[in-house]
Design a protein around this ligand. Structure first.
Ligand SMILES: Nc1nc2c(ncn2[C@@H]2O[C@H](COP(=O)(O)OP(=O)(O)OP(=O)(O)O)[C@@H](O)[C@H]2O)c(=O)[nH]1
Length: 312
């Protein structure tokens, strides 16, 4: 079993896709357990039909869902008998709590945890002082407990920023290999040869549960296509503490929706060639979701929301 940890939007799904590609090449039978804070999964489409997928939605496996994890894992192990299981955690998960949740005494003997791989968004790491203290602590915990650290979005960092990130991460966790890269491009062999060193300092472990972080999620289902420029205005007006958005948005004049991703200020759009459920998941810290819902309703009604700081 591999546990993929790391904050929201740091590149866990991107890494998962690489690892699954490699497994496919080697003809191995693989299962994925995907945990998302939102009630609707977007990333599950990234996993091919040949992979047994278990989804745990609407909470964090390390806090509220550990009972379900146990049942799902047991089902996987008995029915699918996979060669490997990948657990993609929510960005709010404490890696060691996840480990606790997946290692049930019922079947711990059937599982070998190869390692906790944590992805880190380099820029976010450097700017972490702007986040709330508990989220900053969570980021640190995700680094401290990793067996392997992948720093993504390296090309957005200068040489000196890259050095700063590497030094601070290695200072926190000198045992883990730390690789600066883009789109989780790391030698897969490195990950295959991991062996998990076991939880560190378990007695002093922080319990950073989703509820105490002020993190929450919100799902909007679009009923109609929206104007692209109004959608962009809506995005510009969002609070800085929205950390992640992902979902399918259909723009006026298009036949099919686009997969929209937003992480740490960087939006990206990918055209789909079929109809998808028009769900959009948003995750943020201390957000007034009722206000966001109102803006989304306006957007669907054809109005542009007002940009932050600009009076009508
Ligand atoms: N520019 C840039 N974008 C990246 C890089 N790595 C990932 N991304 C993009 O960042 C966005 C988030 O990546 P994901 O792999 O979905 O991140 P995640 O950690 O699974 O996100 P959550 O599921 O929200 O926790 C996607 O649009 C990726 O294509 C990178 O190195 N550089």
């Amino acid at each position: 079993m591999y546990i993929l940890a790391g904050f929201l939007g740091s590149g866990k799904t991107t890494l998962l896709k690489r690892l699954l590609e490699d497994e496919r090449k080697n003809g191995r039978k693989v299962a994925v357990m995907m945990n998302e804070l939102g009630k609707v999964s977007i990333d599950s489409d990234e996993v091919g039909d040949d992979v047994a997928l278990k989804e745990l939605l609407g909470g964090c496996i390390c806090c509220t869902m550990s009972g379900q994890v146990e049942a799902q894992l047991q089902g996987l192990l008995q029915l699918e008998k996979p060669d490997a299981i990948y657990v993609e955690t929510t960005g709010a998960a404490h890696p060691v709590e996840v480990l606790d949740a997946v290692l049930s005494p019922l079947f711990a003997n059937m599982l070998h945890v190869k390692g906790i791989i944590s992805t880190v968004d380099g820029k976010r790491w450097l700017d972490r002082g702007m986040m709330g203290p508990q989220l900053q602590q969570l980021l640190i915990e995700q680094v401290r407990h990793a067996d392997y650290l992948i720093v993504n979005k390296a090309s957005d960092l200068s040489d000196s920023e890259q050095a700063e990130v590497a030094i601070s991460l290695q200072g926190l966790n000198p045992k883990a290999k730390c690789v600066l890269t883009n789109y989780s491009k790391v030698p897969v062999m490195d990950l295959r040869s991991l062996s998990h060193s076991g939880p560190k300092e378990t007695s002093h472990r922080m319990h950073l549960h989703t509820s105490s972080l002020g993190l929450s999620s919100f799902v909007h289902t679009f009923k109609s296509p929206v104007k692209r420029e109004n959608f962009e205005t809506f995005l510009r007006g969002m609070p800085d503490t929205i950390y992640r958005i992902k979902g399918y948005v259909k723009f006026e004049g298009s036949s099919y929706p686009e997969l929209f991703q937003f992480s740490y200020g960087m939006p990206s759009y990918m055209k789909e060639d079929m109809n998808m459920p028009l769900n959009m998941v948003m995750i943020g810290e201390n957000i007034d979701w009722a206000r966001i819902a109102g803006e989304l309703r306006d957007l669907e009604a054809g109005f542009a929301s007002i940009e932050k700081g600009i009076e009508p």
